[in-house]
Design a protein around this ligand. Structure first.
Ligand SMILES: [Fe+2]
Ligand SMILES: [Fe+2]
Length: 308
């Protein structure tokens, strides 16, 4: 259970709708306690949603295996059978309120990049949490936030998510709305505002040096930072609508190392990610970081305009 967040200063620039298009919060509203209470109360009048095991739904598990089989970038990361087996045991037990599964189905049909990204951030962040966190319950808590970190993208028009040219200032601000929208939606569906999935949805674009959004806070939560680093890594190495070529692993890890040097990301998490990319898979504390820059950033990449 997280501390109650004070979000009264946040004013929504765009509306938030449920999966079934019911307006939850109009544009212009502030996320004060009354609104948050009403989001929770809206659903508390009804029965709790049934919980379902996300990876046992439909073809999600098969889709995950197909994605890693066809993604050269992930071949080393997921090569250690023992840790992959433990990771699968954890994610198979993760449950979410039933309506949330429709969001995955929505992206699987309408925007496969996001669907693929959600599955990879979910599995990779669980794998890293197993290395970085000792307490099993905390690992599960970190894992549960992976699949819903981009839930708020439901509130962003598909025309923006699938745009293959740089975004305008207005479009970028609409895309950035997904952090707050995700928090609102998860408060509604989980009937809880002080839980970890909502916190991660809200903070997964924040940085340790305060350079992120939406609040520009100085991120200092090891569990959130695991999802943050996995989110950036997957955004770099994966194909995106606006980028003909993805980063190779070396360039992506150099980019992420650079972000740790700038105190945007946690060194431990970056080391854990680099360790997973080594064939010998050393423990992250034994992982030395090369300062040599050898990766080649692909031409025409729009990094800097990337909003994962
Ligand atoms: Fe995001
Ligand atoms: Fe993401």
């Amino acid at each position: 259970m997280q501390k109650e967040l004070n979000l009264a200063n946040i004013r929504l620039e765009y509306p938030v709708h449920t999966i079934s298009k019911k307006l939850l919060v109009p544009a212009g509203a502030r996320l004060d306690q009354d609104i948050i209470n009403s989001l929770r109360a809206n659903n508390k009048n009804n029965d709790k949603y049934p919980l379902i095991r996300i990876m046992l739904h439909d073809t999600l598990m098969d889709d995950f295996f197909n994605i890693i089989k066809t993604s050269a970038h992930y071949s080393v990361i997921f090569s250690d059978d023992k840790s992959v087996k433990s990771m699968l045991e954890i994610i198979t037990g993760i449950e979410i309120p039933a309506p949330i599964i429709s969001y995955l189905e929505y992206f699987k049909i309408h925007e496969y990049y996001t669907y693929r990204h959600i599955l990879l951030v979910f599995t990779l962040s669980t794998l890293l949490a197993m290395d970085l966190i000792k307490d099993k319950n905390k690992i599960i808590e970190a894992s549960i936030a992976g699949p819903t970190h981009d839930f708020g993208k439901l509130s962003v028009p598909l025309s923006i998510l699938t745009k293959d040219t740089p975004l305008s200032v207005k479009e970028k601000s609409y895309l950035q709305h997904h952090s707050i929208a995700g928090f609102v939606l998860l408060t509604y569906y989980f009937q809880e505002s002080s839980h970890f999935p909502g916190l991660v949805a809200l903070q997964h674009h924040e940085r340790r040096d305060g350079s992120g959004y939406p609040l520009g806070i100085f991120l200092d939560n090891p569990m959130v930072e695991i999802v943050v680093a996995c989110d950036i890594y997957d955004a770099l190495v994966s194909p995106r609508p606006y980028r003909p070529m993805s980063f190779d692993n070396r360039s992506a890890l150099e980019e992420i190392t650079h972000m740790a040097e700038q105190n945007k990301l946690s060194w431990d998490v970056v080391k854990a990610l680099i360790a997973k990319n080594r064939k010998t898979q050393p423990h992250f504390q034994d992982c030395s970081i090369s300062k040599e820059t050898r990766g080649e950033i692909p031409g025409k990449n729009l990094y800097g305009k990337i909003i994962s």
